[in-house]
Design a protein around this ligand. Structure first.
Ligand SMILES: [Zn+2]
Length: 408
């Protein structure tokens, strides 16, 4: 049993937070057992003036792009060709993959991210290195290699006959590992897959109860080429026909969908990974967050590193705020915190995390706001909108420390 004394800020509902300016927080066997006003008891550690927050959830991030953050060569299809594919080809080298995996996991932990949905390169060996690193570091993740078997540089192609058995091997070794790791089925996007690859991927995900994730309707040229190549009536139908539109599907971007596509998306219970900073950086367009909210579609926030420029989910929440304004929706800081923590965790099927609540698993991070931040509003302002904020001081998963900033 460990008892902390700290200031506490946690989402209490999609629109409300709970704030305790002096709290006792107890966790035992990886779960919170008590969170309430400090009552004078002895503590193991006094974390004040730090503010304890739930760990953040990053619903869309690319592990092999860790070293190309900030490579400005959009729009999407040019960026893939110039910046992304050459870097991802290097992940055929397992040594390179292992070194980047280490860096990637550190960047997540330093950002206070305790659960991520991480895309790999096409190489199962690189994904193996990522899972091994995540297992050692103690982070929670849903991850897998991307599937690509068409219209991409030769070194990044893996045919169905090799890619899917490799993926099943990863499932055997890592799916469910320590209750923290899950293997996902990740066709990169329609433009890098044959119809057969998409169908087989959809089938494999359904048969094994795995999450499936891909990019959807990010860029207008991408949408046109995809519909043309597949002879599809709209972009969503390409994935729908492959059995990939279910409540275990996470779609990144979702910018240029029609009303009809949104209706089918909502009816299926699929999840939006909203990547507003990436959408800005590549000039992809705005995600209609009002439509998503109006239809009660589950939403989680994605940094989309490296088309996104930061591993810090709170930094991306600031972009989500700006995106909202441009679509006529004013999101409150309380709503934004929900999206980046509890809302994201629920959307990704992790009801056991995402808030500081008795009974939930003790995933948390410690934020050091400026000394004059004395209430929830001031802490949220600093956390989300002060882009010069420091990395998290500490991060824990199930009460085990996974990150401590130098000097913290
Ligand atoms: Zn992406």
């Amino acid at each position: 049993m460990t008892t902390w004394r700290a200031r506490v800020l946690t989402p209490a509902s999609p629109t409300e937070v709970r704030w305790l300016d002096d709290a006792a927080v107890v966790h035992e066997h990886g779960r919170f057992t008590e969170i309430g006003p400090y009552d004078g008891r002895p503590v193991d550690e006094d974390l004040r003036p730090g503010v304890l927050l739930p760990g953040f959830v990053d619903a869309h991030v690319h592990f092999p792009q860790t070293r190309i953050v900030g490579s400005a060569s959009g729009p999407l299809l040019d960026w893939l060709e110039r910046s992304t594919f050459p870097e991802e080809a290097r992940f055929a080298d397992v040594g390179h993959a292992a070194a980047v995996a280490e860096h990637f996991v550190q960047r997540l932990a330093a950002a206070g991210t305790t659960l991520s949905f991480a895309y790999g390169s096409v190489h199962a060996e690189a994904a193996e290195a990522l899972f091994a690193t995540l297992a050692r570091a103690g982070l929670r993740a849903i991850a897998g290699p991307v599937l690509m078997d068409a219209h991409s540089p030769e070194p990044l192609l893996r045919r169905v006959e090799r890619a899917l058995p490799d993926l099943l091997g990863l499932v055997e070794r890592w799916h469910g590992h320590d209750g923290r790791l899950e293997v996902a089925v990740i066709p990169r996007f329609a433009l890098s897959c044959t119809p057969r690859m998409l169908r087989e991927a959809g089938r494999l995900a359904a048969e094994n109860g795995l999450w499936v994730s891909t990019h959807l309707s990010e860029n207008t040229v991408e949408c046109e080429v995809a519909c043309e190549r597949f002879g599809a009536r709209d972009y969503l139908s390409i994935y729908e026909d492959a059995g990939m539109l279910t409540e275990r599907s996470v779609y990144a971007h979702c910018i240029h969908l029609s009303d009809d596509e949104w209706s089918r998306f909502a009816a299926a219970g699929a999840v939006v990974a909203h990547c507003p900073d990436s959408n800005d950086f590549l000039g992809s367009g705005g995600m209609p967050v009002g439509v998503v909210r109006g239809r009660s579609i589950p939403l989680a926030i994605g940094t989309d590193v490296a088309a996104g420029r930061s591993f810090r989910v709170p930094r991306i929440l600031s972009s989500a705020y700006d995106n909202g304004l441009r679509c006529g929706v004013t999101l409150t800081p309380e709503e934004l915190l929900w999206m980046g923590t509890r809302g994201g965790a629920l959307a990704l099927g992790h009801p056991q995390v995402g808030a500081l609540e008795v009974g939930l698993e003790a995933d948390a991070c410690l934020f050091l706001p400026p000394p004059w931040s004395e209430d929830a509003a001031a802490v949220l302002a600093s956390l989300i909108f002060d882009h010069d904020a420091r990395p998290m001081a500490r991060t824990w998963v199930r009460g085990e420390q996974v990150w401590r900033a130098p000097g913290a």
